[in-house]
Design a protein around this ligand. Sequence first.
Ligand code: DGY
Length: 335
Amino acid sequence: MSWRVVSTCPAFTETGREAVQSLRRAGCDLTLASGVPANDREKLVAASKDADAVIAALNVYDEGVFRALPGLKLVSRWGVGFDAVDLEAATRAGVIVTNTPGVLDETVADLAFALMLGIARRIHTSAATMHEGAWSQQWGADVNGKTLGLIGCGRIGTAVARRARGFNMTILAYDLFPRDEARELGVQFVPLDELLTRSDFVSLHAAVTDESRGMIGEQQLAHMKSSAFLINTARGALVDESALVQALNKGQIAGAALDAYCVEPLTQFHPLRHANNVLLTPHIASLTTDNGRRISEVAANAILDLMNGNAPKFVVNRDVLKSPALRAKLKDSQT
Ligand code: DGY
């Protein structure tokens, strides 16, 4: 029986040519939907009607969405973060949620490092003056030999640490589950306050949870050095954006380079766009064509696995595999 698969992920459409072909070869009725904003549940439901599986960008999947899509068996997240999906509601509804860990770490780490170099050396403002026809040399800050603080030191944080070693940086990390690989790279695990007070660059690589949401607020920014920079390639929700705007405008920290925001797309007149010394990019950390192909393949494989009667490789709500609701849906789709 052919599965109806809907992608609401523009990155999948743009880079997943081989993945699209493999889904179609396997007999999927695949729709590449466009114009479904992350927070628009109505458009999401309309685009995904009768879907057995979806490939999701940062779309919000909650109880209401699952209720409106009763045949849905799999949300295959194009990317690693799954904070926009209510996992408990998914499990109750008998929907497997998967992600694509392990293929994008180096690519995201590249952008984190690029942002660090960019904001420190004022590449963004210097380049802008060149386009304006001016010749305006600007002073920056060194990255080499400085102290980097990683908030979250999992796969991506560790990949950033590897780069930092090549720059002779002292590397600190705050993480409740220190990794051996990071320790072997010389990363020192320290309490959050110590990391904030000692670091010249604070780079965020944590997932959004009830505990980490808003973890960089007024108080944490006040602990940072006035010469320090904040880098965020993880999730906007880790940061209290109004506190950050204030800290930047008061010169409490030296600058921020951000790729992730509380609400995306960032609104046209958001105060961050006009804050002092910010380098802003539109959530591009994973967006290289090489990486896009890799993620698309892993995202599509999750669907192919389930269609073939196997548990997908990267299930994030593993309890669902025992769910009678899921079993019933899978049985229906085979008859
Ligand atoms: C991720 O992997 O979660 C990135 O933010 C891209 O979706």
